[in-house]
Design a binder for this molecule. Structure first.
Ligand code: HEC
Length: 152
């Protein structure tokens, strides 16, 4: 009985999977955020994050290399570095609590930005990600690699 129910669920989800593939092929995966969030996020990002992560979230290309004191530079958030490995809750935590938890240098934003504002900033930098990167993030390439506390 249970088995039949499970197969039914599986079978009924097949068309959805095929549909997602079709959408991806067309290069227009549905993303979780709105254009309003992107606009708000861009403004907040410029104000609070750009000085370290770069005007277009491109800093620092050599993000894997620590300095003489073992300190890592701010990584790009534009999809070329590591941010896509982190599921949404973890991205939110990093921004709210900063890098101190991992011996990092990023300041916390908990007292400065609301949760809505943090989400808008994530929306903005994710809007820079290619469909391929976004898809890898959205389909749990992220959750498999990422452990709490792991930054790179
Ligand atoms: C004073 C410089 C500085 C500012 C300002 C700053 N960051 Fe960072 N950020 C860093 C550094 C350095 C790291 C690498 C980890 C660490 O040392 O804490 C980092 C890491 C991150 C990560 C993890 C990326 C990854 O690949 O794992 C995210 C996400 C992030 N920052 C987002 C933001 C956002 C959003 C803002 C603005 C609200 C911001 N940062 C402001 C310096 C900064």
């Amino acid at each position: 009985m249970q088995k039949t129910a499970l197969s039914l669920i599986f079978l009924s989800s097949l068309p959805a999977i095929i549909q997602v593939d079709a959408v991806l092929a067309a290069g227009s995966e549905k993303r979780w955020y709105s254009t309003h969030q992107i606009t708000q996020g861009k403004r907040l990002y410029t104000e609070h994050c750009a000085k370290c992560h770069g005007e277009n979230a491109e800093a620092t290309p050599d993000w894997r290399k620590s300095d003489a004191n073992g300190v890592y530079p701010p990584p790009p958030l534009n999809g070329t570095a590591h941010a896509w490995h982190h599921p949404l809750p973890q991205l939110r935590l990093t921004i709210r609590h900063g890098g101190a938890r991992f011996g990092g240098k990023m300041p916390p934003f908990d007292d400065i930005l609301s949760t809505t504002e943090v989400d808008s900033i994530i929306a903005w930098f994710q809007s820079l990600w290619s469909d391929e990167t976004y898809h890898r993030w959205a389909t749990g390439g992220a959750s498999q690699i990422s452990k709490p506390g792991q930054l790179r």
